[in-house]
Design a protein around this ligand. Structure first.
Ligand SMILES: Nc1nc2c(c(=O)[nH]1)N[C@H]1C(S)=C(S)[C@@H](COP(=O)(O)O)O[C@H]1N2
Ligand SMILES: [Mo]
Length: 321
């Protein structure tokens, strides 16, 4: 199923529209200029001091050359890395990039435990080596009614879960982010019940659209986007896609989540994108695509309805928001 699986919502396989590798990553771009890889690493580390042409990431991608399966162009690297929600650093979306710039995402390990036959602690290097990384161009729809299109690199959650083998009792997957207020200054705000945590039903986590992201635009994941390892669940509101994961636990109960703990009437466990279910304080019928003027209609399950609707058959989606 995995290899020949195609997006049902897509009229054409996205890889047929925008072949993988049709753009140059910054590393390849630097290579094409004759800059060797050792100095590329140094250049990357010093990027903020470089002139704009070398600084802005893969700006060599012709505008609009990469699209999602609906034909929407990807957002620019600049937009994706300078407008972020990441409360462990700050609640100011335009301030995350600067505050996260010096975050050390190595060494990093991810403990997988609970109701599994093969519990294991992986380093990020293990995961990158073990699971082939592929590109997935997904819409990200924030519960705050803005959205972007992001070219992620990563691998299916199912690949990792199949390796640790959930037991028959496992019903949900619980994800926990790093807890370290020395490295994440926003965690000094004690209003939030840190660490950030999230959860999925096991069948949601096993869905081929649900991935762990390790990169974007062909580069390692930037700190502000959740380096080195985050979840991406494109049919759900962005807050489900937890960044900086350090623990994954298979459990037999519906896990608490940070947002449903703070405001259960506003942020449910399911958090499926749904234009028919308004947030108590605003409408979810439309959204603002970053970089566009005006608003777009919000699509059921963020446009992935044909792929995921079966997961919720017979469920009341007004109740299970
Ligand atoms: N650990 C953690 N993960 C998080 C958040 C956060 O504050 N902390 N914010 C979430 C929200 S609300 C959104 S919209 C997305 C934003 O992802 P991006 O900044 O990569 O676009 O990350 C989600 N994951
Ligand atoms: Mo969000």
């Amino acid at each position: 199923m995995k290899n020949d699986w195609k997006f049902k919502s897509a009229p054409i396989d996205p890889s047929e529209i925008t072949p993988r590798g049709s753009y140059l990553s910054r590393r390849d771009f630097l290579k094409s200029l004759g800059i060797v890889s050792a100095s590329a690493a140094i250049l990357a580390a010093c990027a903020p001091n470089l002139p704009d042409t070398a600084d802005a990431g893969p700006q060599e991608i012709p505008e609009g050359s990469l699209t999602d399966e609906l034909g929407d162009p990807v957002n620019s690297y600049d937009e994706i890395t300078n407008y972020n929600n990441y409360y462990e650093f700050t609640t100011d979306k335009q301030g995350v990039a600067r505050l996260a710039a010096d975050f050390e995402s190595r060494p990093w390990s991810i403990e997988v435990s609970g109701l599994v036959k093969n519990p294991k602690t992986y380093t990020i290097e293990d995961l990158l080596e073990r699971f082939p990384q592929e590109e997935r161009i997904y819409r990200l729809r924030c519960v705050e009614a803005w959205s972007m299109v992001i070219p992620w690199e990563g691998f299916e959650i199912a690949a990792l879960l199949n390796e640790v083998e959930p037991t028959a009792d496992a019903k949900y997957v619980r994800f926990e982010a790093l807890l370290d207020s020395d490295r994440m200054p926003g965690q000094k705000a004690s209003f939030y019940p840190w660490p950030y945590q999230e959860g999925l039903r096991l069948d949601e986590a096993m869905h081929p659209l649900a991935i762990f992201a390790t990169g974007l635009y062909g580069e390692p994941l930037p700190n502000q986007n959740g380096a080195p390892f985050r979840l991406v669940v494109p049919w759900k509101y962005g807050f489900k896609s937890i960044k900086a994961i350090t623990r994954i636990e298979l459990v037999d109960y519906q896990p608490d989540t940070l947002w449903s703990t703070i405001a259960p009437n506003e942020y449910g466990f399911y958090a499926n994108v749904n234009p028919q279910v308004d947030h108590p304080r605003w409408s979810q019928k439309t959204e603002r695509r970053i970089g566009e003027i005006g608003r777009r209609e919000t699509l059921m399950f963020n446009g992935y309805e044909q792929d995921v609707a079966y997961l919720y058959e017979g469920m009341d989606l007004q109740e299970n928001y």
